[in-house]
Design a protein around this ligand. Structure first.
Ligand code: KG4
Ligand code: ZN
Length: 341
């Protein structure tokens, strides 16, 4: 018998994502982004995002079914992001998922967006090794996780005490006069820059600092000071490359330290910032040097999508977890340890 067909719905931020997955096999990944509507505000406007999800939900779902060549009635179970994320945006996806689950009479799993950023890697590299250290770097979160079972056992080793890594990229891009979202733009601009041009600070890497926590606000301030410095010609490419280097350096130092301290031989990097080309390159070098096996999903699966939600749904269902009650509540602040609701 083939594995169940899972439909995943993601609406936690500005991407309406619908994915279809069977086991570790990706069948469809349809994403509609409202990012263009937010550019002029320099960040995601929650009400605009929620409205865009409402408009994109049904067409995106139909596009996913078409891409996979399946019918809605073929779906065996649904998974949807229950949190964390923007309150209004989460409500659109969960309302849709609950309606489809009710109409189709299929089980629904309300799942954690952050855990889904980890689970998505099964679609590219197969079953997750146990345990593994996961470096989760997105627009809203930056955490180091010890994952024994992505369906049920996720522990936080550390997290950012201020800005998330993606947030730092977005804020620094703004300082440099670059458009939102800043991550992909800095990634592109930095290619022409010298990463050693400016020795930006490496936050929380002192001997007395928490080993697995992060801080990026000092780095952001240092970039702001550099930009404001009168009389000095600022090469945007050099500042972007040096900033990116500082972020990648700190993230990987701490992630590999966590692997070493916990005797874990596998590191996974997930979330939107995992799409960053320098982070991927440096991660490959340093993991190899440390004898750690590295897993990073391809860039298109790192940023928000519905396939990651379906992938986590598949893991949770395979683990025999109970499906969610249809009246479950969304939770904008859902902690990463709560994989399902
Ligand atoms: O995971 P994600 O798509 O959404 C959240 O759950 O937050 O992450 C979005 C974040 C944004 O801050 C964006 O600037 C960043 O990921 N990002 C990148 C790159 N692509 C997206 N940051 C650095 N380099 C990239 N190539
Ligand atoms: Zn995300």
């Amino acid at each position: 018998m083939s594995e169940p067909l899972i439909l995943g719905i993601e609406t936690s931020c500005d991407e309406t994502g619908v994915g279809l997955v069977r086991g570790n096999t990706l069948l469809a990944d349809a994403v509609a982004s409202s990012v263009d509507s937010h550019v002029r505000y320099g960040g995601v406007v929650p009400e605009v995002a929620a409205r865009a999800h409402l408009e994109a939900m049904v067409p995106t779902l139909h596009r996913a079914l078409e891409l996979a060549g399946v019918r809605l009635s073929d779906v065996d179970a649904l998974a949807v992001t229950a949190g964390p994320g923007l309150a209004g945006a989460l409500l659109v996806g969960t309302a849709a998922a609950k309606s489809y689950a009710l109409a189709l009479d299929r089980p629904l799993y309300g799942v954690n967006h952050l855990a889904a950023h980890v689970a998505v890697d099964t679609l590219e590299h197969g079953d997750l090794p146990r345990p593994l250290v996961a470096l989760l770097v997105s627009g809203g979160h930056t955490s180091l996780l010890l994952v024994d079972d992505i369906a049920s056992d996720v522990r936080t080793l550390g997290a950012t005490v201020d800005d998330a890594a993606g947030e730092a990229f977005d804020k620094v891009a703004r300082l440099l006069g670059l458009p939102y979202p800043g991550g992909p733009v800095i990634d592109r601009v930095a290619v022409a820059g010298n990463p050693a041009a400016v020795a930006f600070p490496r936050g929380m890497t002192g001997p007395r600092d928490a080993a697995y926590d992060f801080s990026f606000s000092g780095l952001k301030t240092a970039v702001a000071r550099w930009v404001e410095r009168a009389g000095e010609p600022v090469s945007v490419a050099d500042v972007a490359a040096s900033f990116q280097e500082a972020v990648a350096d700190v993230l990987l130092r701490k992630a590999l330290r966590a692997c070493r301290d916990h005797g874990v031989g596998d590191l996974l990097i997930g979330g939107g910032v995992a799409a960053n080309s320098r982070l991927r390159e440096l991660a490959a070098q340093r993991s190899a040097a440390a004898g750690v096996r590295l897993r990073v999903p391809r860039p298109g699966l790192c940023t928000d999508n519905g396939a990651m939600v379906a992938a986590l749904g598949a893991r949770v269902m395979a683990a025999g977890a109970k499906s969610s009650a249809l009246d479950f509540a969304t939770d904008p602040g859902l902690p990463v340890e709560r994989v399902t609701v």
